[in-house]
Ligand binder design. Sequence first.
Ligand code: NAI
Ligand code: MG
Length: 366
Amino acid sequence: ASYKLLLLPGDGIGPEVAAGMQVVLEALKETGLATFETETDLVGGCALDAHGSPLADATLQRAKDADAILLGAVGGPKWAGVAYENRPEAGLLRLRKELDLFANLRPAICYPALAEASALKRELVEGLDIMIVRELTGGVYFGEPKEITVLEDGSKRAVDTQVYTTAEIERIAHVAFDLAGKRSGRVASAEKHNVMKSGVLWKEVVTKVHAEHYADLQLEHILADNCAMQLVRRPKQFDVLVTDNLFGDVLSDIAAMLTGSLGMLPSASLGAVDAGGLRRALYEPVHGSAPDIAGQDKANPIAMIGSLAMCLRYSFGLGDAADALDGAITDALSGGARTADIAGEGTNPIGTRAMAAAVADALRAR
Ligand code: NAI
Ligand code: MG
C-alpha cells in the first residue's frame, strides 16, 4: 500500500532535519521497505509570513486528509513580537486540538554508543527503552474554572482545575495497553490517588480496562512522586508508563535526561481511529526550532528520523521497516557518526546532511 504523508518542516532547524528525514524516506523506498506519497506544506512562523496565519485552513484540511503528519519544529526569535493567537506555536496547538491528538508517546531510549551522555551511570541506562504515554488533551492544563481573581484585601487567588472523565482515561489506557502488548507486556500507571480525586478515578478506570481487555498483561500502579524517584534510581524497571497530562509533562522530561541529547528524542501524538481504520497521528521531534544553530547544517536529524520510525510502526503497522530504521540509527551511531550535540570530547562532529546519509547508508547495508 502507498500511504499519504504530510510533511510540515516548519521553522529554524525544522526544514534541515526534515530534509534529512526525506533522504531516509528515499532509502526506505529503494530498499522496498516502505513507499509513501508525500506532500509538503507550511506551519508556524513560515506559514504566518506566507498566509498571515500559523496554520492556514487549507493546511489543516490537508492534515485531516493525510494518513500521517510529520512535523519538524516551529517558532523562533523572528516572531517574538506577534500577537499571542498568531504565534507560531499556536499553529501546532491548533493542529493537535483539531485532530484531537490525546495520546502523546515519548520513548526514552538509551543507545549503547551514547550511554556516557546520560545524566546517570552507564549500567543504569544502557539498553534503556521506556515508552511514556502522556494524556495530552485533558487534565489541569484545560479544566475549568481556570482563573485568577482579586480578593477583598487586594491579594489574589489562582485556580486551575484537574478534570478527567471515565472516557478520557479509558482511551489513553487502551493506547498504553495496546502498546505494551507489542512490547514487554508491562504497564505502570502513575497518579496520586492518595491526595487527588482524579487519581482515584484514574486508578479505578485503568484497573477496569486492564481486567476487562488486557488481563494477560501486567499492570502496576505507582504514585507519581515515587515514579519520578524510581525513574532516576532504577529506570530499567519500566516499560510502558501511562500517566496524566501534568505528571506526564514532568516525568517525560526526567526520562529525556536519561538518554543523552534533545536531538535524539522522537515523539508521536495519536488520536482516535477514523472510519478508514487509521489512527489520526502527528509525529515530531521533542526539540524545538533551535535558532542558535539553524541554517548551519549542525542539527541532529535523529529525533526527526526516529519520529519517522514511530510513524511506520504506529500508523502503518510496518514493524519490520521500523525495526530496520531503528537498527540503522543504532548502526550509524556505533559506526561513530556524531553530530555536535552528541560528539563529546575529542570526536569530530559531522553535519545534519552527513548524519542523515549515515543512517540511510546503514539502512541500505542491513
Ligand atoms: P530548542 O529545543 O529549540 O533548543 C534547545 C537547545 O537544544 C538549543 O541549544 C538547541 O541548539 C539544542 N537542540 C535542539 N534540537 C537540536 C538538534 N536536533 N540537534 C542539536 N541540538 C539541538 O528549545 P528552545 O531554544 O527553548 O526553543 C527555540 C524555539 O523553538 C522557540 O521559539 C520555542 O518556542 C520553539 N519550540 C518549538 C517546539 C515545537 O515545535 N514542538 C518545541 C519546543 C520549542
Ligand atoms: Mg515539558
